[in-house]
Ligand binder design. Structure first.
Ligand code: SF4
Length: 502
């Protein structure tokens, strides 16, 4: 059997008792048949404890509140201590490994729902790489792995039958997706938008059973000319603050509807919703962080949307150096789930899952950053990304519901997600005002200096000398527009949609 893993796979070691998040808390572990039999035949005091704490029919331990009954006060596992590692059930042995199986290939990742695994992954500045080697389950720390069952069963029947020709194509296609996601010459949002567009096109071909053009289609999204041509398309979505804010609010509400796996996630989510989507909290946080002055915070609706855009722009600027963390997060979700498309023929949902996960984690990061008055460190990212993963990947029901919504709900169509990814323009606006002020001042000088000076001006004419009669026309027009633009913006002429009225 071949095993494909991320290259840091073997760095993982469970930190056990010092882990801030025991994996067996809030988790109803399903016992495999062999382990259940083994536990039920144990004798003595520990055998009695095993029997007293197991629901044999349901094949589950009886939780002690939210804790596994064998998780002791030091957060160590008593089964491990009393019976040895080899007697742990499949689930406990395998965690935090996520396994997907395709014919003679097993892909094994370290799930981010384990904070230590998240820490290892997010600490790497370099691009995530993968390696494939022959091996055995034991060598990869695995026990009795059953073939993967695809979750996305609603799209097509017979989903557990691997479509081998499609698998081969998707395997190569995934490399193209990594290449786009890891192209650090593009902002991370743009990379997310490109893979989303590409996946949408590829999905159409899969739906038509036309596999022959799939590679060509995706490879074209790596072509610089194609990327350039997408600029016009992406611009259509930029700066639509009100729509983005409303969409993110709906998405966070949707996550709120999932079953709670860990209270910490609920706290992060609720605080995020309140900070990012209640005008008052956002205003308070921005004032406390010095991003907005108290006297600026009047005009309620427009200033709320302006503040929302400012929060995004300022955080993305602040966290620019660590953009690779979001890259890793998307690569991680693509690695774990994308090839499942060879079972259910639905790759678009898998890509949406990666992109929406990035968007939700980003927004929650911003709320934590605001709450901590413009401070957000690596451990904060570990906390948010890990809590998110635990909520959506650690529960079959949550994963299944989320995939269903991602595949079918109209608010999760291409248009809406592109809109949510697109840039908000407030920094651009500020730079424009700065640029305008400089060129405006220059134009004023030109105007005051008369023909001689203006005749030598090459700034606004792209290098050639300006043919002038006293005043350089281009500079003057630009000056007039610039000043009125700047004044209007200073008066905050932002409409209810968060768009600059000019
Ligand atoms: S969450 Fe990870 S590090 Fe913590 S106890 Fe579980 S496997 Fe170990």
């Amino acid at each position: 059997m071949n095993y494909r893993t991320a290259s840091f796979y073997r760095e993982f070691q469970c930190i056990g008792g010092v882990c801030e998040d025991s994996c067996c808390e809030n988790w109803e572990i399903d016992l495999d048949e062999a382990s259940l039999k083994n536990y039920m035949k144990q004798e003595g005091e520990f055998g009695k404890r095993l029997k007293d704490n197991t629901r044999v029919k349901e094949k589950q331990f009886i939780l002690n509140g939210t804790r596994c009954p064998f998780l002791n006060q030091e957060n160590l596992c008593d089964i491990y201590i009393e019976m040895g590692e080899e007697n742990l059930c499949e689930t406990c042995t395998n965690f935090p490994r996520h396994i997907e199986e395709f014919d003679n290939l097993k892909e094994v990742s370290l799930t981010m729902s384990c904070p230590e695994a998240s820490r290892i992954m997010l600490a790497k500045k370099e691009k995530m790489t993968f390696e494939c080697m022959e091996g055995t389950d034991e060598e990869y720390g695995l026990k009795h792995i059953l073939p993967v069952k695809s979750f996305a069963f609603w799209k097509k029947q017979h989903v557990n039958k691997l479509d081998k020709p499609l698998f081969d194509i998707l395997f190569a296609l995934r490399e193209q997706i990594y290449a786009i996601l890891q192209n650090r010459n593009m902002p991370i949002g743009r990379r997310a938008a490109v893979i989303l567009l590409g996946a949408g096109e590829v999905q159409k071909l899969i739906d038509q059973n036309d596999y022959s053009q799939i590679m060509e289609k995706m490879v074209s999204y790596k072509d610089p000319e194609k990327i350039d041509s997408l600029n016009t398309l992406f611009e259509k979505y930029e700066n639509r603050v009100a729509e983005k804010e409303a969409w993110m609010k709906q998405i966070l509400n949707m996550y709120e509807g999932l079953e709670t796996i860990k209270e910490e996630w609920t706290t992060i989510l609720h605080e995020g919703m309140s900070i990012m989507h209640s005008g008052e909290d956002m205003k308070t946080m921005l004032i406390a962080s010095g991003l907005v002055k108290e006297e600026e915070s009047g005009e309620e609706i427009s200033s709320f949307l302006r503040n929302y855009a400012i929060a995004y722009q300022e955080f993305q600027h602040y966290y620019q150096e660590k953009e690779y963390e979001f890259e890793h997060i998307m690569v991680y979700y693509i690695f774990n789930y994308f090839l499942g498309g060879a079972y259910d023929h639905d790759i678009f949902t898998k890509v949406k899952f990666a992109v929406v996960s990035y968007l939700v984690i980003l927004e929650l990061d911003i709320s934590v950053w605001l709450k901590q008055q413009k401070e957000f460190i690596y451990e904060d990212q570990v906390l948010v990304a890990h809590a998110y993963s635990k909520e959506v990947e650690h529960s079959y029901n949550n994963y299944e519901s989320l995939q269903l919504v991602l595949s079918a709900h109209p608010i999760l169509d291409m248009e809406h997600i592109l809109l949510a990814i697109a840039k908000l323009m407030f920094i651009f606006l500020r730079l424009y005002i700065l640029y305008s002020s400089i060129t405006g001042t220059f134009a004023l000088l030109v105007a005051r200096s008369g023909t001689k000076f203006a005749a030598n001006c090459s700034l606004s004419t792209g290098g050639s000398k300006a043919p002038v009669y006293g005043i350089c026309t281009i500079c003057t027009i630009q000056y007039t527009i610039s000043i009125s633009f700047a004044i209007t913006c200073m008066e905050k002429k932002v409409d209810k949609q968060g768009m600059c009225d000019i």
